[in-house]
Design a protein around this ligand. Structure first.
Ligand code: ATP
Ligand code: MG
Length: 146
């Protein structure tokens, strides 16, 4: 999917959110400024959260009060995979909420539990290419590419 501006990315994310279920774990990958947080914002809005959504760069995790609960992770500052335990990684992948993960590359091999992988590529100042892969949480393999 090619989007031309931030508004189109937001709309795309709101539509995408309809495919999520309780327990979904969404990896959102892309360079600095690609629009990972914009996508997170669109998803949270579509799921009913009315508050502010911004990158949890320093705290690593934001939990937004919502039904279902929303967990927004930014792993940019996670320097060691061992730190995953400290942030309570297992609790997110096994929760009944919906988890959004910016900088999922930091997970290394620990991708077990991820249900969707979004890739955002910067094509030009405002243009982005968004690709979604659905993941089989058990086999860790890409099932279907859209
Ligand atoms: N098509 C687009 N979709 C999303 N954002 C866009 C688009 N075009 C321009 N932008 C701009 O790009 C920036 C995206 O910022 P955002 O915080 O979402 O990036 P990020 O991927 O979360 O970065 P970080 O890795 O720093 O967390 C915003 O300033 C936004 O206005
Ligand atoms: Mg961000």
């Amino acid at each position: 999917m090619i989007v031309q501006n931030e508004t189109e990315t937001l709309s795309w994310a709101e539509q995408f959110a309809k495919t999520l279920k309780q327990g979904s774990v969404v990896a959102i990958s892309g360079n600095l400024g690609a629009g990972k947080t914009v996508i997170s914002r669109g998803i949270c809005k579509a799921l009913g959260f009315k508050g502010t959504v911004c990158s949890p760069t320093y705290t690593i995790v934001h939990e937004y009060p919502n039904t279902p609960p929303l967990y927004h992770l930014d792993l940019y500052r996670l320097s060691h995979v061992e730190d995953l335990e400290e942030i309570g990684w297992d609790q997110f992948v096994t929760s009944e909420g919906i988890t959004l993960i910016e900088w999922p590359e930091r997970l290394g091999e620990n991708t077990l539990g991820i249900t969707h992988w979004i890739e955002v590529q910067i094509l030009s100042e405002n243009q982005r290419k968004i690709t979604v892969s659905e993941w089989n949480p058990l086999q860790k393999s890409v099932l279907r590419q859209k």
